[in-house]
Write a protein that binds this ligand. Structure first.
Ligand SMILES: [Zn+2]
Length: 668
């Protein structure tokens, strides 16, 4: 057996020592995340990064809150509050849902509040203008028939000029092609009976049809699924494809160029910069001098997104990068998912047809949800979520098959080997054959989690395959378990089953991190951090603690997590002397729970950064403060002083009745 900790090995093929930046599409803060979102880019990017790290690759997960979407403005109008408040509210809800899903981004950029973001974006835009290709051009547009307001994105709908399916403005979710709004068939303004009025507007725009060669060359560089290459082929068969890069709006970042008053840089081209800004921000925090304005040839970028974002990610952005950085071939891999359906129709935030992450996620359900979504997520085809199917999987597969096998294995090790791993004295031919089959499972898992063949559908099947193989093996070997003559063979077979359990713990780590750690612990191992190169035995003499272990909780109350960790009173009440603000015990509990510190950790005299808080967790704490205290605390206040000082600030800002209510709650 070889153990090479520094070599990337098969799983990280091709990345070597390059920094790998894995992006899940920054979500739009106009609602919380539902299972459709979570199953796609967020779970994908999270598992991808966990697996790469286990293979020694320096990979990071970056995402954030895409505040300047026009959908935020539309939501703000509906909810009767300012776009900035809507973005802050849902951006924080989203951060909290990702945390519940055990998705741990290393960088969470909030575009409307990030210092330096707007300036960097304007500079990126200026590069586009200086390339000569992005320039003010007059083109047809639609205006509200009653108010004359400029219409685009959620403000207008109609039928797609390409596929004739119903679509909103600018992008068709069915065929993936962009539209110009003015070319919609039978357009209608949202929430308005009067037909839209055709007119024209001068915006910065890009003649994308001139860049077929650029896109083709880019598509030969990285991993680009055929589905994306086919979309590009379709688009470039058009005679012209002019794409507006600015739109009339007051929500977003205006260019410094004064040619188009009252317009902002469209949020989709903006995102091309946002990715580079995220890399710079991450670098600043971890001590690397990466600059958004100077992308480097060794950067490897990996994108996870839904098919409806394909045009922007895989066709528009490569052209923008080429215009902004003509000497650089930006190297990007793409991972695209299709729509996840709920009971046969698309998840929909506005129609309330969704299962929200927070409805189903908790410490006892998160691994089951991650496994189920891995197994059923829409890779290459649309798939369907049914709550009944999730509950049946939890009951029959994870509890009825996995947990039952592990429990039974623990009982047999206790009976035949006194509860500890033993040497494997004799190896029968069938034993060797079973070990070989486990080796095949390992190779298949390495392939399905690796960058080229990445598929969580296949990875989930292979994990289940390890358990099914082991159960079949145990059944065949079990017939001589009571025989004194075949005692050594029985013990050998048990040790090989333990090796299968150990393989399961290590291979499940990227998909089900909590289960993997707990299974590893039951086999005497620390949480798995290295991807296995071989099927390794459990060392002789190791205490095996599998019998009676509960890894998966039964679905309770409709399969939802009945014991979601909403209350954090218990950890704060425990014997820590109180000083200062009445909110201190409450804040301690929030910090300890968010950072998952051991209960009773003394945090008062330390800053959140010293306690290891990342940007996502900072937003989560900010959110809890907003939600529970109704106080909008700045990042500077949040991160500037120690926990006791922060509590004192909150005490000043919060309404006294809220303070006394929370203070009482925590002490009870
Ligand atoms: Zn279409």
């Amino acid at each position: 057996m070889t153990t090479s900790a520094t070599k990337a090995g098969d799983g990280g093929r091709g990345f070597g020592a390059r920094p790998v930046f894995v992006f899940s599409t920054p979500p739009t803060p106009n609602g919380d995340l539902h299972l459709g979102h979570l199953s796609g880019p967020y779970l994908g990017a999270d598992v991808f990064v966990r697996f790469q790290r286990m293979n020694g690759v320096t990979a990071w997960h970056l995402t954030g809150s895409d505040d300047f979407q026009s959908y935020v403005v539309e939501c703000a109008r509906r909810e009767g509050r300012a776009p900035a408040l809507v973005a802050a509210h849902y951006g924080a809800e989203i951060a909290e849902t990702l945390r519940l899903m055990d998705v741990e981004p290393d960088q969470y950029t909030v575009t409307s509040t990030d210092p330096g973001y707007a300036k960097g974006l304007q500079a990126f835009f200026t590069r586009l203008v200086e390339s000569g290709s992005v320039a003010p051009r007059e083109a047809p547009a639609l205006f509200d028939g009653a108010t004359s307001e400029y219409l685009y994105e959620p403000g207008v709908s109609g039928r797609c000029p390409t596929c004739d399916e119903p679509t909103g403005g600018n992008i068709c979710e069915e065929c993936g092609e962009p539209n110009a709004c003015a070319d919609l068939v039978e357009p209608a303004a949202t929430g308005c009976e009067v037909p839209p009025r055709p007119g024209s507007v001068t915006r910065f725009s890009l003649p994308l049809h001139e860049f077929r060669g650029t896109v083709e060359a880019h598509h030969r560089l990285g991993r680009v699924p055929a589905r994306l290459r086919e979309l590009a082929e379709r688009l470039f068969s058009r005679e012209r494809l002019d794409v507006a890069i600015t739109h009339p709006s007051n929500w977003g970042v205006s260019p410094i160029e004064s040619d188009v008053d009252g317009q902002v840089i469209w949020v989709w081209p903006e995102m091309a910069y946002g990715f580079l800004h995220g890399i710079e921000s991450l670098g600043r925090r971890i001590g690397r001098d990466w600059e958004a304005a100077l992308p480097r040839p060794d950067w490897k970028i990996v994108h996870f997104f839904g098919y409806d974002n394909s045009f922007y990610h895989s066709i528009l952005y490569p052209v923008l990068y080429r215009l902004a950085f003509p000497d650089l071939a930006v190297d990007i891999d793409y991972h695209v998912n299709e729509f996840y359906l709920l009971d046969g129709s698309k998840f929909s935030t506005s129609r309330g047809h969704a299962i929200w992450g927070k409805e189903i996620l908790g410490p006892h359900s998160v691994d089951a949800v991650r496994f189920f979504l891995s197994r059923t997520r829409p890779e290459g085809r649309r798939t369907n979520f049914e709550r009944g199917a999730y509950e049946a999987m939890l009951r029959d597969v994870l509890i009825g098959t996995w947990q039952r096998w592990l429990d039974d294995l623990g009982a047999r090790v206790a009976r035949h080997c006194g509860g500890t791993a033993a040497d494997a004295p004799v190896r029968a031919p069938e034993h060797a054959a079973f070990l070989d089959r486990l080796g095949v499972r390992l190779a298949a898992l390495t392939g399905s989690l690796g960058p080229d063949g990445f598929s969580l559908n296949r990875a989930a099947e292979q994990l289940h395959g390890i358990v099914e193989d082991a159960i079949g093996f145990a059944r065949l070997e079990g017939v001589v378990a009571g025989s004194a003559a075949w005692r050594d063979e029985t013990r050998t077979a048990l040790m090989i089953e333990l090796a299968a359990a150990r393989l399961l713990a290590r291979c499940a780590a990227p998909v089900m991190p909590r289960f993997a750690s707990r299974l590893a612990a039951a086999l005497g191992d620390p949480p798995p951090v290295e991807w296995p190169r071989a099927v390794d035995p459990v060392a002789a003499g190791t205490r095996i603690d599998l019998a009676g272990r509960v890894f998966f909780g039964a679905p309770a109350g409709g399969g939802l997590d009945a014991s979601a960790d909403g209350g954090f009173g218990a950890s704060a009440a425990g014997g820590v002397p109180e000083r200062g603000s009445p909110l201190l015990p409450w804040l301690r509990a929030v910090v300890i729970s968010t950072l998952q510190l051991p209960e009773g950790t003394f945090v008062d005299d330390r800053t959140l950064v010293e306690l290891g808080m990342g940007s996502l967790q900072a937003v989560a704490v900010q959110f809890q403060i907003l939600q529970q205290l109704d106080v909008d605390v700045s990042l500077q206040d949040l991160l500037g002083g120690d926990v006791a000082a922060l509590a004192a600030i909150l005490d000043r800002l919060a309404a006294p009745e809220i303070t006394s209510e929370l203070a009482t709650e925590v002490r009870v």
